[in-house]
Structures are given as structure tokens and as C-alpha cells.
Ligand binder design. Structure first.
Ligand code: HEM
Length: 342
């Protein structure tokens, strides 16, 4: 009897799987979240934050930050009103080096292992969309399924059907896929909630260990875009205008794991009654002047953390380390590999 050994996807496999979803990707840019804009400001911890974590950002009065907002796609021309995730990567500039915290607008992920991530990405490779036959429409009606949308003449290829088929066969992909279907386009990068999805391990000054998940909540409130056809780059224009009028503020919300909550699986939602703690406020004051050097070239990496705020055993989080380093090297980014900047 032959024993089959599980082979973990390499960083290159993960990167290549992502790239296959974006045939118009431009070399020298990120394989996902290609369209972005950088801003700067500072983080102020709440009074209670330091009792939960000895990490420097929670014990210092004010930590300077550089952030990058992004649209989810790897296409260099994704419109700002595309129905897609939005990203918010934050770099805390600490005395011993940097710490990163990366979030997106999805509240739950669609893969619980690197293998599943590759399967999901492969299922989403764009294919020509065909008009559904009368027979297919009838079967949809009998099975109480929404009929497939007609082909879009501006986007003759799509990966949506493949992703839905994948989610039908893989239970762990369903919550993330449903959440993705319910995404709305925000009216501003400053008016969306972002989630880190993974669980992180916090150590307090009394050595107490807690596992927690994090979100940035906009102080100005969540608001979906209302305009019929906003300008293709309205999110970037709006951010610049908003910052010229005054600062933008987010609250860092932490949810602490309770008994039975999955600590290593970002596809599993937690009980909504868990303890919530405000860990601080992020204040953005300016867009960065040199968008190429101080934003586009920068490498954010979710495993760039410091003592007191460490990675959990989530295999997706662990796999992201190498995938981001690999991508950063390919695109000639700065600040990689993790640890190399310390
Ligand atoms: C195994 C799973 C994942 C893989 C392989 C992956 C891969 C990547 C890669 C290669 C990049 C480009 C990095 C660079 O060139 O600097 C990237 C960017 C990004 N990813 Fe992921 N990712 C994964 C999961 C996630 C998750 C769970 C989130 C949500 C928290 C996320 C949010 C982002 C964001 C916001 C960016 C843009 C960061 C920036 O502005 O520099 N990714 N991802």
C-alpha cells in the first residue's frame, strides 16, 4: 500500500495561484490589492490596552504609522466602484523596528489551509461567461436557485461561477463566499470596517495570555456608495479631499476568544457575545508625499509582529509570511524579508 504524503504549497505556488486570477496583472506591482494609496498619522493606545498586551504600540503614548488602502484585485486598472474587498494595511513605526497589521473588509476568510487557498484561487480563474440555456434556467427555478446573471459585454470573462461551484463543494469556503457576495462599495476608505481575520496571541504585563481578533472601525461610520456611476478613482480623490479638511479616525476593536472558539481557522466566526475591548485610536493626517517610495514599494506582512502581540498557529497566517516576502522580492519592494528590517 502506498502512503500519500501531503505536500504543502510553496510561497511560489500561493503567489502563482493568485496571479492566475488576474491575467492583466502588471509586473512590478502586487499580485492582489494592486491599486492603492498611502497615508500617514499616528496610533494612540486606550487606557486599558497596556493591561492586555506588552507590545510597544500599546505602551507608547503615540506611535507614528504609515498605512496603505487598497482595492482587492490584482488588476492595475480596477475601478474604485468594483464590488470587491478593500484593504487597509497599517505599519506601526516602533523603536525596535516596524510591526504590521493588515485588514480587509471581509469579516471571515474563505480558506482554512494553504491547500484550500490554492484550490479557491484556481476555481476563480476567469472563464468566458456563456448565456444560460432555457433548460439551465428551468433547473435553477425548480431548485429555487437564483438564475445565472447574463454575460456582461464589458467583462466577458469571470471567475464568479467557478468560485460558487467550489464553495458548494467545500464547507469552509462558504461563509467567506457568502460574505463576499454581500460586499458593498464604500463611499470612502474612511467609511468601511476592516478585519484582520486571523487570531493573534496577546501577552499582558502579568504574563496572562489571551487570544484575540482585531478590527478597525471608522469613527465617521460605515456608508456604502450611493452614486450610480462614481468616477473610476473616486476613493483616492475622496481620501485626499477628506484629509485636506481634517484627520480621519478609526477605533481598534479587539474581541477576546472564549471557550470553543477556533484559534487557528479564519473561516470560523466566533460567538458574538465575546468580550470586546477598545485598544486604541488611529488618526490619519496626510496622504504620503512620495506614493511610489513610501507606499507602493513598501512591504506589509501580517507576520511582522512584536513580543506581546504574536501570531497564533493559524496555517494561513504562517503561509502568508513567505508569500508576501516572495512577492515583495519579485516586485522590488522595500522592507522584506520580515526581520531583515530590524
Ligand atoms: C494564504 C492566504 C493569502 C495569501 C497567499 C496572500 C497573498 C498576498 C500577497 C502575495 C500579497 C502581495 C504582498 C506584497 O507584494 O507586498 C497580498 C497582499 C495583501 N493581502 Fe493577502 N494573502 C492571503 C490572505 C490574506 C488575508 C487573510 C487577508 C486579510 C486580512 C489579506 C489581505 C491582504 C491585503 C490588504 C494586501 C495588500 C497589502 C498592502 O497594501 O501591501 N490577505 N496578499
Amino acid at each position: 500500500m502506498s502512503v500519500q504524503r501531503r505536500v504543502e504549497p510553496t510561497s511560489k505556488d500561493l503567489y502563482d495561484a493568485l496571479l492566475s486570477d488576474y491575467p492583466d496583472h502588471e509586473s512590478g506591482t502586487r499580485p492582489v490589492h494592486a491599486v492603492g494609496i498611502g497615508a500617514s498619522g499616528y496610533f494612540v493606545p486606550s487606557d486599558v490596552a497596556r493591561s492586555f498586551s506588552v507590545a510597544e504600540q500599546f505602551g507608547t503614548a503615540r506611535t507614528p504609522v504609515t498605512v496603505r488602502f487598497s482595492n482587492g484585485s490584482g488588476s492595475p486598472v480596477e475601478r474604485d466602484d468594483a464590488l470587491d474587498v478593500r484593504g487597509f494595511a497599517v505599519k506601526f513605526h516602533l523603536s525596535q523596528g516596524d510591526a504590521d497589521l493588515i485588514m480587509i473588509t471581509l469579516p471571515v476568510f474563505f480558506a482554512s489551509s494553504p491547500e484550500e487557498f490554492v484550490g479557491f484561487a484556481k476555481a476563480g480563474v476567469p472563464k468566458p461567461v456563456k448565456k444560460e440555456s432555457w433548460w439551465g434556467r428551468l433547473v435553477d427555478q425548480l431548485e429555487l436557485r437564483a438564475p445565472s446573471p447574463p454575460p456582461d459585454p464589458n467583462n466577458p470573462e469571470s471567475g464568479a461561477a467557478g468560485v460558487l461551484q467550489y464553495a458548494n463543494r467545500h464547507v469552509s469556503a462558504r461563509p467567506g463566499t457568502v460574505a463576499a457576495l454581500m460586499l458593498v462599495t464604500p463611499t470612502s476608505y474612511a467609511r468601511a470596517t476592516y478585519h484582520a481575520l486571523h487570531t493573534f496571541k496577546l501577552t499582558g504585563p502579568d504574563d496572562a495570555v489571551r487570544y484575540a481578533r482585531f478590527s478597525w472601525e471608522p469613527v465617521s461610520g460605515v456608508r456604502p456608495e450611493q452614486a450610480k456611476k462614481p468616477a473610476p478613482d473616486y476613493l483616492q480623490t475622496e481620501l485626499r479631499e477628506r484629509l485636506s479638511r481634517g484627520p480621519i479616525t478609526y477605533v481598534l476593536r479587539m474581541v477576546i476568544a472564549g471557550q470553543g472558539d477556533a484559534l487557528d481557522d479564519p473561516t470560523q466566526l466566533w460567538d458574538t457575545t465575546r468580550q470586546r475591548v477598545v485598544m486604541g485610536e488611529l488618526v490619519l493626517t496626510n496622504t504620503v508625499v512620495d506614493q511610489r517610495e513610501d507606499c507602493e514599494r513598501l512591504s506589509f506582512n501580517p507576520t511582522r509582529v512584536v513580543a506581546g502581540f504574536e501570531c497564533s498557529d493559524d496555517p494561513i497566517l504562517a503561509a502568508r509570511r513567505g508569500a508576501y516576502e516572495y512577492s515583495c522580492q519579485l516586485r522590488g519592494g522595500s522592507g522584506c524579508p520580515v526581520g531583515g528590517d530590524r
